[in-house]
Design a protein around this ligand. Structure first.
Ligand code: OOG
Ligand code: MG
Length: 262
């Protein structure tokens, strides 16, 4: 750790205020170039603590930057992990108010719901599949608090990996019913297909993202709890959205889900 407790608390407040007031900020590594990975996750942890203290419920975990499309789009090379909240959960077919966000983008994801807890180190896709209750399609609405969505990995980790809103829906399936590498998906914006992908875009197999999360938490003495919902990461590049847009996601053998921006 390079930053002291006061700086971590101050940066968490700064980033969370930007989220709650929907205004952008410059990336925090500009003023704190010395900050390290532990500082970045400590700031995210402090944002989480602030939310829980205010009565917010943490309803799931997320993996980010797990596909090469996303890594290339954002100019980073390593996955990152964050959390999703009760107020971020939008029902299938529901509305997202763009006035509450800065510059939202949307991306298709495969979500896992765990039957058993999972603890690294040494977690692999076999352990993930054995511990999974079911998988379900999802859409994540990301909204980096950084100006023009420009950041480095430490800044985005501190900013809870741009988490803003998410939708799960469609047809849940047991992992035995789906080839998670070849499962295809199409995301449509206002009826026009705009992004296409297959599960293998996420680290070769989306369960590999969940294994990485378990190993990341294990190194910190934590685990993925039984029952957890986990977003495994955007399969394609994220697509910018504005008021009036409607997004629909179709996932092979797993139905479809949608969301409207107002
Ligand atoms: C970081 C969040 C990435 C994903 O699924 O890759 C993410 C960002 O691109 O702003 O949620
Ligand atoms: Mg995502």
């Amino acid at each position: 750790m390079q930053l002291n407790r006061e700086t971590i608390a101050q940066l968490a407040e700064h980033l969370e205020n930007a989220e709650l007031q929907a205004h952008d900020v410059v990336k925090i590594t500009d003023a704190h170039p010395e900050m390290d990975w532990d500082d970045a996750y400590a700031i995210q942890e402090e944002i989480r603590r602030r939310k829980i203290a205010r009565g917010t419920k943490i309803v799931g975990l997320k993996c980010g930057l797990t596909s090469y499309s996303k890594m290339r789009q954002m100019g980073v090379e390593t996955p990152c992990f964050g959390f999703v909240t009760d107020y971020g959960c939008v029902p299938d077919g529901g509305e997202v108010k763009v006035a509450e966000l800065i510059h939202p983008k949307i991306e298709p994801e495969i979500c896992f719901v765990m039957k058993h807890a999972l603890k690294g180190p040494g977690c692999h896709i076999g352990a993930v599949l054995a511990a999974t209750d079911f998988i379900i399609p999802g859409l994540e609405i990301i909204d980096s608090r950084y100006r023009d969505f420009k950041f480095d990995l430490k800044s985005v980790i501190a900013d809870n990996t741009s988490a803003a809103r998410f939708v799960v829906g469609g047809q849940p399936q047991p992992v035995s019913e789906v080839d998670l590498r070849t499962v295809g998906l199409v995301m449509e914006k206002n009826g026009v297909p705009v992004a296409f992908g297959a599960g293998a875009a996420v680290l070769g197999h989306p369960a590999a993202a969940i294994a990485m999360l378990a190993n990341h938490l294990g190194a910190r003495g934590e685990e993925i709890p039984a029952g957890a919902l986990i977003l495994s990461g955007g399969v394609t590049e994220a697509v910018a959205v504005a008021a009036g847009d409607h997004i629909n996601l179709r996932v092979q053998g797993m139905g479809s889900l949608g969301v409207r921006f107002v």
